[in-house]
Design a protein around this ligand. Structure first.
Ligand SMILES: Cc1cc2nc3c(=O)[nH]c(=O)nc-3n(C[C@H](O)[C@H](O)[C@H](O)COP(=O)(O)OP(=O)(O)OC[C@H]3O[C@@H](n4cnc5c(N)ncnc54)[C@H](O)[C@@H]3O)c2cc1C
Length: 502
């Protein structure tokens, strides 16, 4: 490790202002606490009221929870999730995205819990005086040392100006029920859980999942594929009052509940304060930093929640940024700029991949136009299981950790990608079980890889061959989407299949 002083050991110690006490801001705070960098969180809400109901975290971020001694506490209010199952309203299963041997492969379960529980846990570790509620950031002025938000907008550098157009969005209603009777819903007694999604018609879909405490998290959603309608909804976002909430709830009351009965039963079992209406959209910005301001989390990449990657990526940003701050040395304007550049270089591509992945999973598990239906048929009907498994292993192998804390070892049999250096140290390897290094785990997996390579190639060739020969009209059942969209979906799928096959 180099002898470069940390930002607090210099004559001009760093002071960090965190705007927003969401998961990204709170994770940033917990990490800065460990390197003794002073910080203050400014949160616009009067009281932390986390939007959304359920949240899932997996091997992509759980090692950091382990480093922060939060993993065991997190497990106390979580259930391991084993699959994401898609049903017709008649409760007939259409598709299942199973995570076979996820824990054995990665060393971590995919944990599911109520979002407010995570907030409570993280908040309990942030000293109270460091989080200021009811403080909304309106603008920041530039001084001789650097530029800030307001100026970014004036110079047309504010990320909003470089976002790609949103392709589809969802308007959703989410809630967590009060404890339910396990005699009526026996699934509540199971030691694991799974997402149960139902695909309705006219863009409607809903899902429910059990969480500890005999509670059920649910979501009602409607897909918006018309950009004009989406923009109008976004504009009206702040105007959603109780009437519009009631209207949407009523639309779904009679929809079948995946646990029996109707969704109205779950709505009525939920305290109205625990129901929120959210607009789910996607955005990926190119500009992540300017002068002494840097964006993390949904502020620079907002993902659709289908793949459960938004919060994970927001926290991964915090981890890499904290590493860059730790490695920055004297916090001069130049060093800060360099640190932000390294941060973006590390994170942009990873976030972009997860952004695309989230888009694809949203289409697969919720899309209702013809091209999305075709995509679903191909993926669940034709692509062999190993493609899905391999994809999970590849995604799970990215596990950035805080370099200034003892590294969590890899207890899984799957690979972990070596972490890129931020400046001080070289690439850090995560040691595996019994002190074996990640390279021996890589050797293990490459051995099994070699064994299955030939079989995979054969299967891949068949799938790709089929895709290129396929006549789309053979599979069309409802014709809602455009041909362009269909081609885009197929192209995306082919690229994914090719990337997985590499
Ligand atoms: C229904 C739903 C389900 C989801 N499920 C999952 C999942 O299972 N797994 C997963 O990884 N992700 C999931 N996500 C995505 C995830 O919730 C987000 O990606 C994540 O919360 C982003 O964290 P963040 O801290 O960047 O932003 P946020 O959590 O949105 O926090 C931003 C905070 O900043 C505050 N703020 C904003 N502007 C200002 C201002 N001007 N001044 C002061 N404060 C301000 C806000 O009040 C808020 O508290 C889901 C999202 C939704 C909506």
């Amino acid at each position: 490790m180099s002898t470069t002083p940390t930002p607090t050991e210099t004559h001009n110690p760093l002071q960090v202002l965190i705007v927003g006490g969401g998961v990204a801001g709170l994770m940033m705070a917990l990490l800065l606490e460990r390197i003794n960098v002073p910080y203050t969180i400014f949160e616009r809400a009067i009281k932390v009221r986390p939007l959304g109901s359920v949240l899932s975290l997996n091997a992509n971020i759980l090692p950091v929870f382990e480093q922060l001694d939060l993993l065991e506490d997190l497990k106390k209010f979580s259930l391991p999730c084993t699959s994401m199952d898609l049903f017709e309203p008649s409760r007939k299963m259409i598709a299942s995205m199973a995570m076979h041997n996820y824990e054995e492969t990665t060393g971590y379960p995919a944990l599911v819990f109520a979002r407010p529980d995570l907030y409570d846990l993280m908040l309990s570790r942030v000293p109270k005086e460091k989080i200021l509620m009811n403080k909304k950031l309106l603008s920041i002025e530039q001084n001789a040392l650097g530029s800030l938000y307001k100026k970014m907008s004036e110079k047309n550098l504010l990320p909003k100006s470089d976002s790609t157009d949103m392709e589809l969005g969802y308007i959703a209603m989410v809630g967590v029920t009060e404890p339910q009777d396990p005699e009526k819903i026996p699934e509540l007694l199971e030691p694991q859980t799974n997402f149960r999604l139902v695909l309705g018609s006219n863009g409607m879909g809903w899902h429910a999942i059990t969480i500890p405490g005999n509670r059920i998290c649910w979501r009602l959603g409607r897909q918006i594929s018309d950009l004009k309608e989406a923009k109008e909804l976004m504009f009206r976002n702040s105007e959603w009052g109780p009437e519009s909430i009631e209207l949407m709830l009523n639309e779904y009351r009679e929809c079948p509940n995946p646990f029996g009965g109707t969704m109205g039963d779950l709505i009525d079992a939920t305290n109205r304060n625990n129901i929120s209406k959210v607009y789910l959209e996607e955005k990926l910005f190119e500009t992540w930093y300017y002068g002494r301001t840097v964006l993390i989390g949904d502020a620079c990449h907002k993902m659709l929640p289908a793949a459960g990657q938004g919060a994970i990526n927001a926290m991964q940003d915090a981890v890499i940024l904290a590493n860059c701050i730790y490695d920055m040395g004297e916090p001069t304007v130049e060093n800060i700029k360099d640190a932000f550049k390294v941060f973006k270089d590390h994170r942009y591509q990873e976030a972009k991949e997860q952004f695309e992945n989230s888009k694809l999973v949203a289409k697969l598990m919720g899309g209702q136009n013809w091209s999305e239906k075709i995509l679903r048929k191909i993926v669940f009907g034709l692509l062999p299981d190993w493609v899905q498994t391999k994809r999970f292993i590849k995604v799970a192998s990215y596990r950035p950790q805080a370099v200034f804390l003892p590294l969590a070892e890899n207890r899984g049999i799957g690979p972990v990608r070596p972490q890129l250096p931020t400046r001080r140290g070289g690439p850090r390897k995560v040691s595996g079980n019994n002190g074996s290094s990640s390279s021996s785990i890589e050797a293990l997996t490459s051995q099994s890889k070699a064994e299955s390579d030939e079989k995979e190639k054969e299967e891949k060739d068949t799938a790709l061959d089929w895709l290129t020969r396929m006549q789309p009209q053979e599979l069309i059942t409802v014709n809602h989407g455009s041909l362009d969209e269909g081609i885009k979906c197929l192209k995306m799928l082919l690229l994914q299949a090719l990337a997985i096959g590499k």
